[in-house]
Design a protein. Structure first.
Length: 225
């Protein structure tokens, strides 16, 4: 009455308060997640009071190294067996020249190890490596007959050169590693390896076929990549 204004009582209602949470995880860094609070409607963000501080795990780790690249093994030359008939007819094939500058020797390099071939001059054992290739270049020659290219093989000294000049003009220089004396049937001189080597052999002593003198060489020039 009297125009007084009545005020309706205000009852406290629930506060409009919302909390958002998000757990963030980074497994690759080994870190635990943490909570992030968001404030209500027009307010600012407030902490829930229960935030978990970031925890650090082990330090980042590098991925394991990649396995080394595998390379196919080099297929080694396969020497032919000794000829069944040492006097068998043999085609005349010339690969180039063989030179032993220390001894003043320079002769055509033939193919074959029959006496028919060796009588022509120093001759490559079929199936062994060719000059410059991976493997062992094996060459036979006379000491006292025909062109006698290996007459003074025993005078070679370590480091002396052996030079192959091929028909296509390429040149391969080897250097002497050492000399050895072996039995006539010592076929291990034909052994092929992953190295670039060369072997010269002839009868020993001079004028006799009782043994073989063997000169062992290795490639002196840088091998092709």
């Amino acid at each position: 009455p009297g125009g007084s204004t009545r005020r309706m009582p205000r009852w406290p209602g629930p506060a409009r308060r919302g909390w958002g949470g998000a757990a963030l995880a980074a497994a690759c860094l080994g870190l635990a997640g943490w909570a992030v609070g968001a404030g209500d409607g027009g307010g600012r963000a407030r902490s829930t009071g229960t935030e978990a501080a970031p925890t650090r795990g082990p330090p980042p780790t590098s991925p394991p190294p990649a396995p080394p690249a595998t390379t196919e093994p080099v297929a080694l030359p396969v020497p032919e067996p000794p000829p069944a008939d040492p006097y068998a007819p043999t085609p005349e094939v010339v690969h180039g020249t063989l030179a032993l500058p220390t001894l003043g020797v320079s002769q055509p390099l033939y193919e074959g190890v029959t006496l028919t071939a060796i009588d022509r001059g120093p001759s490559h054992w079929p199936g062994t490596a060719m000059p410059g290739e991976v493997g062992n270049v094996v060459v036979a020659g006379h000491r006292t007959t025909f062109t006698r290219p290996f007459h003074d093989l025993d005078r070679l000294r370590p480091g002396d050169p052996l030079v192959f000049t091929m028909e296509d003009g390429t040149t391969w220089t080897y250097e002497l590693v050492g000399l050895s004396i072996v039995d006539p049937d010592a076929l291990e001189i034909l052994t092929q390896t992953n190295e670039r080597t060369a072997t010269l052999f002839a009868c020993h002593p001079k004028g006799s076929a009782a043994q073989r003198i063997v000169a062992h060489f290795r490639l002196a020039e840088p091998a092709p990549g």
